[in-house]
Design a protein. Structure first.
Length: 65
């Protein structure tokens, strides 16, 4: 067979390999990102704090939290 056929076949194989590799990484990232994001949240942030009393609740819509 012609050598151009083998070059084309090899380039198609490499293209498919790259597409499969990228797809696997994309699927892995979609499934593992929530766990990664949750692990990056500091535990002492204001939204993690338990309210102490009525003064900790934001009730006035004209005032920024």
């Amino acid at each position: 067979m012609d050598s151009r056929f083998w070059v084309l076949l090899r380039s198609l194989q490499l293209t498919l390999l790259v597409l499969v590799w990228t797809g696997l990484h994309a699927v892995s990232a979609v499934y593992t990102f929530p766990y990664y994001a949750a692990s990056r949240v500091p535990e002492n942030e204001w939204f993690m704090k338990e309210p102490d009393g009525p003064e900790d609740y934001w009730t006035d819509p004209t005032e920024l939290p």
